[in-house]
Design a protein around this ligand. Sequence first.
Ligand code: SF4
Ligand code: SF4
Length: 320
Amino acid sequence: MHDTWPRLRDSSFPAIRRARLDTLQLNLGYLCNISCIHCHVNAGPRRKELMSRETMETALAFAERQGTRTFDLTGGSPEMNPDFRWLVTQARERGIHVMDRLNPTIIEEPGYEWVAAFLAEHRVEAVASLPCYSAENVDEQRGDGVFESSIRALQRINALGYGREGSGLVLNLVYNPNGAFLPPSQEKLEGDYKRLLGERFGIVFNHLYTITNMPIQRYGSWLVSKGKFDDYMALLRSAYRPENLDGVMCRNLISVDYLGYVYDCDFNQMLKLPIGGNGAGRTHLRELLDATFEDRGIAVAEHCYGCTAGQGSSCGGALQ
Ligand code: SF4
Ligand code: SF4
């Protein structure tokens, strides 16, 4: 795999500082039941890295001390961590809002039949990736049969109330481009998704988040191997909009890797860029239980243009 960091390190991206911390984004490990071409985590069925219960306990202690009200669980497939259910139960007992970034096919994976009912029982917000409403595009990006499996899985969680008005069970979908281009208008695409998924499959959901692909890890390597890396970076830079700086996700969250080390965001985690970027080396969450985050510097580099291009991009979709 091509390492894109040497191409990203020297950067003109402006300095940014943290605002109020409200979310702990926990990467529960790189194990995933599928292996997508755009994956910025390089996750897959053979990865062994998983967050331990001890690190999860540190995250719960951190949330208590810092008053953090949201856990955003990512992976890999977070549900494949053997302590996923323990963590969610503990967090919900403490009144913490939990978001699970799932790839819907996990609901159909043998051994994971419990996922849909468990999420509903604990009123977990489901953020499900579905990079297109067309089978061809999804299977090209994620593998054969993934679209059909995702559709069946979404129908199953809809049947539990997810995405239905008045149920309080939130289902958001995530789109990302299947090529070297920026996402289209989130508002318009959400309308298309709602109409087409509703008409064809009876699927309902709350919101669609459009997310820009980052020029790192497997996707960055794909860009390099296709000779598209420089053009893609030029596209991100040329679409820069400074008004997106206020909304970038690193201002309000910290990202924790499966070992408990902290980063300004998931992308920086994958680039092994420690929080703050002051050259001090990596920091563990347990060292930050009483830390103040507001106004701390953020580690930035060229990939950050992926968050500020066009309508902007964050883990909650477009910024504008
Ligand atoms: S993009 Fe998501 S579903 Fe695909 S391999 Fe990565 S973690 Fe798994
Ligand atoms: S890549 Fe990370 S550090 Fe850079 S702007 Fe986006 S969220 Fe912030």
